[in-house]
Design a protein around this ligand. Structure first.
Ligand code: C2E
Ligand code: MG
Ligand code: MG
Length: 682
């Protein structure tokens, strides 16, 4: 006789329901965080590693939610799980999660791809649930109502679509509250799929077995523990892993140089207080003419040269010494005395010849490196050590020596007393020279305008650039005599050019922000120009944005005075400071000089280009001339030409040079379509 089946009564333990939902939501949160991180990765191997970890986290949380949910559903008869089906159910969850991450991080995920992925993922989650149910083994059988299967599967599919939409939305950084909200949503969606499925699930036993029913509900402790421990452990371990990776990333991006893989100078600055005493010498090494090399062979070769130089430098010093990457083509070396390889021996090794492969045509080239060093004293702050080595490097370059050491005798370089005394002497002995840099027309390459840039020809140290002494001249009240000397020299030079019928029509001269604080300053400079009989329209005064900050009213008055005299006025380093555009329109400014900072990473992104285009258009609309400073590459020049930039000042044409070396016309570097021409074409 066939035994009739009876449906068992079940009750829910609400604490376990909450635990299952909490695990699902926490897993979703971690998965969202992994998803956010994924968008920042570019390397394929890394992407797959993170997708794998993300899938494990999401799958484990769905899976353990299911089995904790099963423990929350309590019958009065023991229930067990078949281990093979349990494992299969995990793989179903993993496949669903992997599909989700994989589709989301395809470069071009079309709507139809997302929809089918939603369907596949939803089906995967439903499959996880029902294979998990298949694992259930007890003294009866499980039946499902068709409505609940359809309902639960529909929730799984719709939930997956919603999850995809949320994941895509969460790719960009969102505030924590939104991220938590999205995780709760996803966690609840997955849990409600489970509990809807359970609503239409009946556990039946033959009526004759009713004798085996226990008075109290039975919980399978092993299954509950396994599910809880697996879920929490996976989440905990992955959070630790994410934190560890974040820390590593921070280190890599902040303290490491991407090209050479060396620690950067910022790292040195951070570490140096604890290291100072250990090192004997600090040296800056600079690869000469790397810029030219980049231009002739391309940036990939330039990068390859930097990398090889880094390796060579490392090989020539003791293992206890260090090489750090400084900016541009520079490295910072900290040398330590070792018994078998002293700092002096390392210095000699560093000065041996260098050769590197340039990948194009696999050519081998000679590299010339310049070194500027300083002895380490533990009492000297790191910034000062770096400044001393920098000065030494500048001397080495000026004197065309491989190595220059910052020694006792020139220790005074940085001392105020020495600087003041030397500057006074320099003004007296007329040690100041004026160099000129062309401001060429962007399209034709013609030069009618130049900028006058001061240089100090020091009898002992060679040429010193204004960055080192202008600030000191301002502090010691020497800026006015210095400006006057520059104006005198420029006037004399203009007369020379007039005699030689050179095409120069205007020279721009830099004025210190302090200039506008002196009551008599304008009269003094105007007097010099008049005395030499130079027409004022041949001179343009450059003032910096910072001079505009204070006392705008007074400054506007002084500028008007200069304009009335017939001089031109330029705003230097525009965009580096704080000037507001409305302020500019109140001042008599004829030329805007776009700061060289704008050229960093230009042409690069569209955004960069749009900002520069905006400046150019602003200048045009305000009827001002525009000079783009710091233009170094052909790509920059070609982009600026397309944007209709007026004038170009930068190394691409010529560095500041003595008047005799000035070039008055450059071949425009574009073809008829306005594209930069290659070296071969040139
Ligand atoms: P500035 O007026 O903005 O001058 C432009 C600076 O950019 C010059 O540096 C020039 O050599 C440099 N430069 C030009 N093209 C490029 C390029 O393509 N790439 C890069 N990286 N740099 C480029 P310099 O001659 O060292 O002058 C520095 C600053 O010193 C000047 O900046 C100016 O503010 C000041 N200065 C120079 N001469 C005088 C002067 O006679 N009087 C006053 N008060 N200040 C001066
Ligand atoms: Mg200037
Ligand atoms: Mg400038």
């Amino acid at each position: 006789m066939q035994d009739t089946l009876m449906v068992l009564e079940a009750s829910y333990d609400w604490r376990l329901i909450l635990l299952s939902i909490a695990i699902a939501c926490t897993g979703a949160f971690v998965a969202f965080e992994i998803n956010r991180r994924l968008t920042k990765l570019t390397e394929k191997k890394q992407i797959y590693k993170w997708i794998f970890i993300g899938s494990i986290v999401l799958a484990s949380s769905i899976w353990s939610m299911h089995f904790i949910g099963m423990s929350a559903y309590q019958l009065h008869i023991p229930m067990d799980y078949d281990s093979r089906w349990t494992v299969v159910s995990f793989f179903a969850a993993f496949a669903a999660s992997f599909t989700a991450f994989f589709v989301l991080h395809q470069k071009q995920s079309s709507i139809s791809a997302l929809l089918s992925a939603g369907l596949i993922t939803g089906a995967g989650i439903a499959a996880m649930h029902y294979t998990g149910m298949q694992a259930v083994s007890f003294a009866g059988q499980v039946t499902y109502s068709a409505e609940s299967v359809i309902g639960a599967s529909a929730i799984a599919v719709v939930g997956s679509f919603a999850a995809f939409a949320l994941f895509t939305y969460m790719k960009i950084s969102r505030p924590l509250l939104q991220r938590v909200g999205a995780s709760l949503f996803l966690g609840l969606a997955v849990s409600s799929m489970h509990y809807t499925g359970m609503e239409g699930t009946s556990f039946c036993i033959p009526e004759t077995y009713s004798l085996f029913l226990t008075p109290d509900p039975v919980v399978n402790q092993t299954s509950l523990l396994t599910a809880t421990i697996t879920g929490t452990a996976v989440i905990f371990i992955s959070v630790q892993w994410i934190l560890f990776q974040e820390k590593r990333w921070f280190h890599e991006t902040h303290y490491k140089d991407a090209i050479t893989g060396l620690h950067n100078q910022r790292f040195w600055m951070k570490q140096v207080p604890s290291w100072n005493e250990e090192f004997k010498v600090i040296i800056y090494a600079d690869i000469m003419r790397l810029r030219a090399l980049n231009q002739s062979y391309g940036f990939t070769s330039g990068d390859a040269v930097l990398k090889q130089a880094a390796e060579m430098l490392q090989n020539r010093i003791s293992p206890e010494s260090f090489v750090f990457k400084s900016e541009g083509s520079k490295f910072l070396l900290c040398l330590k005395d070792a018994d078998n390889f002293t700092a002096d021996e390392q210095l000699s090794a560093l000065q041996l010849p260098y050769e590197a492969n340039v990948f194009q045509d696999s050519q081998r080239i000679h590299l010339s490196l310049c070194f500027g060093g300083t002895a380490v004293e533990s009492s000297t702050p790191p910034e000062r050590l770096a400044a001393q080595a920098e000065i030494a490097l500048a001397h080495a370059k000026q004197q065309e020596r491989t190595l220059f050491f910052y020694e006792e005798k020139n220790h005074q370089d940085l001392s105020d007393e020495w600087m003041e005394m030397s500057l006074r002497k320099a003004l007296q002995n007329k040690e100041m020279a004026v160099y000129y840099q062309p401001q060429a027309r962007a399209y034709s390459g013609e030069v009618n305008k130049v900028e006058a840039l001061i240089r100090w020809q020091h009898p002992d140290y060679g040429m010193i650039s204004p960055g080192v002494f202008i600030d000191a001249a301002e502090r010691f009240g020497l800026i006015m005599p210095l400006t006057i000397q520059v104006v005198e020299k420029v006037c004399l030079q203009l007369k020379e050019w007039q005699k030689a019928a050179a095409p120069i029509q205007r020279v721009s001269i830099n004025l210190s922000p302090l200039h506008f604080e002196f009551v008599d300053a304008n009269r003094q400079i105007t007097e010099v120009v008049h005395r030499h009989g130079i027409p004022p329209e041949m001179i343009e005064w450059e003032l910096t944005e910072t001079s505009m900050v204070e006392n705008l009213q007074q400054m506007a008055g002084q500028l008007l005075e200069l304009e009335r005299e017939g001089f031109y006025i330029a705003l230097d380093d525009f965009g580096a400071g704080v000037s507001s555009l409305t302020r500019l329109q109140d001042l008599p400014i004829h030329t805007l000089k776009l700061d060289k900072q704008f050229m960093n990473g230009f042409p690069g992104s569209d955004k960069k280009q749009q900002v520069i285009q905006l400046m150019i258009t602003f200048a045009e609309l305000s009827r001002m001339e525009i000079v783009c400073e710091g233009v170094e590459t052909k790509e920059q020049l070609a982009s600026l030409q397309k944007m209709n930039a007026g004038f170009i000042q930068g190394y691409i044409f010529q560095q500041p040079v003595p008047a005799s070396e000035l070039v008055f016309s450059f071949a425009p570097l574009t073809n008829s379509e306005g594209n930069a021409i290659s070296d071969q074409e040139k």
